[in-house]
Design a protein around this ligand. Structure first.
Ligand code: EPU
Length: 338
């Protein structure tokens, strides 16, 4: 389905009311291939979106937005310990996690309630509570945007990193994800050491998939805003990763910075804490604000423009740089003029 001159309000979780010249909702692999091969329909510049939960529009989009709405969850293979399940790019991520938990398949339960669609999860390598989606991805089925040919990427070929993959770097906007194949455990092993997760699970009873999922949901509901109440895109920045020497210097001055040593490639510091220490919690610029329960999340108080949210993020970046000498990197992608 091709929609013209369409409001983007339902297509971004900040709830910003910009317009796009054209938006193509593609609901099958065949429809996506046909659309991408037809150069008359597919006018550049192109932008691929999922649920719009990790983007910030700062103006109207003068091109074509592609929204791969392919549904369906299917068991493809099973042995004693593992099961391969494929899910269409348009399946809501949290619905997929619920399906896995209800069927007794482990590996994604800590990623409960993360907004967005299955198709965006390998692009962004979503993660929470000590789990990253890359650890369950077997392969990713895509369509080449320039010629409509189908290509599958193995886990290794996706070159996953912290909130990162080849689809955000060398192959940015070159492939449309249509299906993701997950390798899940039929005998789950649990990861509940992160923060207060273990305590929250124990409050619910035994350690099982349903209780881990519920515990994650409970923690997220306490800390993160509901997009129906305040438009937001989850963490606006990545947690900065520093080397041992940089960390030791910072710890001399600020011994209480929350951090994770086990992170490969360095020491990950909590950006939310850094932002809070700069006095940003609950502050506003125009209609944009810093969430009171988690300073890493920027919110739309109802009347924000994309520029308000961008300006707030810039001001935060500058003060964290001034106080801690650390350059925060945005996790959210800015689309439009700044
Ligand atoms: N903290 C503060 N002040 C704040 C926010 C956090 O002091 O305003 C402290 C917390 O007390 C805690 C530490 O910072 O000691 C870490 O906070 P939290 O557990 O909330 O996690 P995070 O590092 O801020 C990351 C992810 C989240 C994910 C959580 C839980 C990134 C950029 N963010 O946040 O992901 O849900 O861990 O695993 O890695 C997202 O990407 O959209 C997202 C929400």
């Amino acid at each position: 389905m091709i929609l013209r001159n369409i409001s983007l309000k339902p297509y971004n979780t900040f709830g910003l009311d910009y317009k796009a010249n054209c938006l193509a909702e593609l609901s099958s692999e065949e429809e996506a291939v046909d659309f991408l091969r037809d150069k008359k329909l597919c006018r550049e510049p192109l932008l691929i979106i999922g649920e719009g939960s990790n983007i910030l529009f700062t103006g109207d989009y003068k091109g074509t937005i592609i929204y791969a709405k392919i549904e369906g969850i299917k068991v493809d293979e099973q042995n004693d310990q593992h099961i391969i399940v494929s899910a269409g790019s348009g399946v809501k991520w949290n619905h997929f996690v619920e399906w896995c938990v209800n069927n007794g398949y482990g590996g994604v339960e800590n990623l409960s309630l993360i907004p967005g669609l299955v198709g965006a999860t390998p692009v962004q390598n979503i993660g929470a509570y000590g789990m990253e989606v890359k650890d369950t991805i077997e392969k990713v089925r895509t369509i080449n945007i320039s010629n409509g040919s189908v290509r599958e990427f193995s886990n290794e070929e996706c070159r996953f990193g912290y909130r990162d993959s080849i689809f955000k770097k060398d192959l940015k906007s070159k492939y449309l994800v249509i299906k993701v194949f997950f390798k899940l455990n039929t005998i789950p092993s649990f990861k509940i050491e992160y923060g207060s997760l273990k305590k929250e699970v124990e409050k619910l009873g035994e350690i099982n998939l349903r209780n881990v999922r519920q515990a994650v949901i409970n923690i997220r509901r306490c800390k993160l805003p509901d997009t129906e109440v305040f438009g937001n895109a989850g963490s606006f920045f990545k947690n900065p990763v520093v080397n041992k020497t940089e960390a030791e210097n910072l710890f001399l001055k600020y011994p209480y910075i929350p951090h994770y040593f086990s992170f490969p490639g360095g020491i990950k510091l909590a950006a939310g804490w850094l932002i809070e220490q700069c006095g940003w919690k609950e502050k506003r610029i125009g209609g944009a604000g810093v969430y009171d329960k988690q300073a890493l999340v920027l919110i739309n108080h109802g009347n924000a423009t994309g520029k308000d949210i961008y300006d707030l993020s810039e001001a935060i970046k500058q003060s964290v740089l001034r106080k801690f000498g650390l350059e925060l990197e945005r996790e959210v992608e800015i689309i439009g003029p700044i």
